[in-house]
Design a protein around this ligand. Structure first.
Ligand SMILES: Cc1cc2nc3c(=O)[nH]c(=O)nc-3n(C[C@H](O)[C@H](O)[C@H](O)COP(=O)(O)OP(=O)(O)OC[C@H]3O[C@@H](n4cnc5c(N)ncnc54)[C@H](O)[C@@H]3O)c2cc1C
Length: 437
């Protein structure tokens, strides 16, 4: 049996795997990447965050991204209470120096761009090769078995292993490390439409989020007049459907007066698809000679478009972990692991805190009554921009925001603020917009 050798082997060529590969190859290591699919392939997750832009720069792919993307300057939210208005959160208002824009992308194009970019950086990136087995060797290396499209098996010995297999969660699935969050189970139905009304002028690339009683809806403008529309709903609501997925999605989004006004003249361009949207976390993030990044480690919820940023930023931070392992300095490796885990969990927990409360009357009230006392709105905008890992000024504002959240919840319980007016949809036409703050 031939055993192929490599410094780093990556399972999965999505944003996490291709980013890790590109940056690792830039450091001069021999990197092998296996992707079971072939690019371009459809993937959901089309809205990027500003803090991903500097990573794209370091991958040397900014010009290509600008060609395939739609410029996104912020996010707008239409809550139950504010059925007639949306509140815009422009990235330009973020604290610190996060970029004032990001892009909306077709993931088929974006993921192919990242994958090809990793090849150009020197990665031996192979498509239609599925990793089927991983064994740990006594030396600390890993032995990886993979099968290509012709059914040919190959065996590899790698000094460092990166699991970037996304929601397949290769390592945590095989080792029973994965825990679902039973309190945050939802499902998503999504499709592409042509001819949907966009926001006006420079805000035409913004993402729109609408609250409704069974969940929330996204609208993401893509190139060539395509709008990605998806509904993230309680599983019971999805189970209640009769008719096709296309009809179900249309009926759902038409129940929101603001969305209905925008899709009146639209045509469907891509059939609706559904996916379970369970939130999960692995109880391990790394170990001797391996690291799990992106969705292979955890997935929370798509509402703040955090998935690709968490995937690419964890890949970038993970380079230090791989470097210390490959250098053979075990103390430095442990230190790098601790630092990686602390920062990664901090970012994930910041998003999770907002996500798990996103549909409460308090959050609906706060998002529709944004007040910039103590620059809290700027702190929230920084979170929306993905600045959730190391910026202390942002962390301070988010801690204060949590205090305000608790106070408003108390006022709602005492009846000082009408909780239902923060959560009940009003049947009024969408009349206009307000910029937060
Ligand atoms: C409904 C929904 C909407 C979302 N919207 C957004 C959004 O707007 N913005 C955003 O940032 N995020 C969004 N996300 C999340 C986003 O899609 C993911 O977080 C992101 O794709 C994670 O990147 P990744 O590289 O970790 O995994 P993936 O992109 O899933 O890549 C993993 C790759 O590994 C490959 N693979 C798996 N197993 C193997 C194997 N055994 N061998 C070889 N290859 C393998 C897969 O084929 C895949 O290409 C959304 C998610 C959902 C469910």
């Amino acid at each position: 049996m031939t055993i192929n050798k490599t410094d780093i082997l990556i399972i999965g060529g999505g944003p996490a795997g291709s980013t890790f590969g590109n940056l690792a190859a830039q450091q001069g290591w021999q990197v092998t990447l296996f992707e079971k699919d072939s690019h371009p392939r459809f993937h959901i997750g089309e809205s990027l965050l500003p803090m991903t832009m500097p990573i794209v720069d370091r991958l040397g792919l900014r010009e290509e991204l600008e060609e395939i993307g739609v410029r996104k300057l912020g996010a707008d939210f239409t809550t139950f209470r504010g059925g007639a208005y949306h509140h815009t959160y422009p990235f330009a208002r973020a604290l610190g120096d996060s970029p004032d824009h990001a892009f909306q992308v077709r993931r088929s194009e974006f993921d192919q761009m990242l994958f090809e970019g990793s090849r150009r950086a020197g990665v031996d990136a192979r498509e239609q090769v599925t990793v089927t087995r991983v064994d740990r060797l006594e030396s600390g290396d890993h032995r990886v078995t993979a099968v290509d499209a012709d059914g040919q098996e190959s065996v590899w010995q790698t000094r460092f292993l990166v699991d970037a297999s996304g929601r397949d969660t290769f390592l945590s699935g095989k080792n029973n490390w994965k825990h679902r969050n039973p309190r945050h189970a939802s499902a998503a139905v999504f499709a592409h439409y042509r001819g949907v009304k966009r926001r006006a002028d420079e805000r035409e690339g913004d993402i729109s989020i609408y609250w409704f009683e069974h969940g929330w809806v996204w609208m993401i403008p893509l190139q060539n007049d395509i709008m990605s529309i998806g509904a993230v709903c309680d599983p019971e609501y999805i189970k209640s459907r009769s008719g096709s997925l296309d009809e179900f999605l249309l009926k759902t989004v038409n129940s929101m007066i603001g969305v209905r006004a925008r899709i009146r003249d639209a045509e469907q361009d891509r059939p609706a698809q559904a996916t379970g949207n369970y939130s999960y976390l692995s109880n391990r993030m790394m170990g001797d000679g391996f690291l799990m990044i992106g969705d292979a480690f955890a997935f929370v919820d798509p509402v703040f478009s955090s998935g690709v940023h968490l995937a690419m930023s964890s890949a970038e931070r993970g380079i230090d972990v791989a470097r210390t392992w490959l250098d053979g300095d075990r103390r430095a490796y442990k230190k790098a692991c601790r630092r990686y885990e602390r920062i990664t969990r901090r970012g994930l927990e910041t998003f999770a805190w907002f996500i798990y409360r996103f549909r409460t009357p308090t959050m609906s009230y706060l998002f529709s009554n944004p007040k910039n006392s103590f620059r809290l709105v700027e702190g929230v905008v920084s979170m929306l921009a993905g600045d959730v890992f190391t910026n202390r000024a942002v962390r301070r504002r988010l801690i204060m925001f949590k205090g305000v959240y608790a106070f408003v919840t108390l006022l709602m319980r005492l009846g000082v603020i009408d909780a239902t007016s923060g959560s009940r949809p009003r049947r009024r036409p969408e009349a206009g917009s307000m910029v937060s703050g």
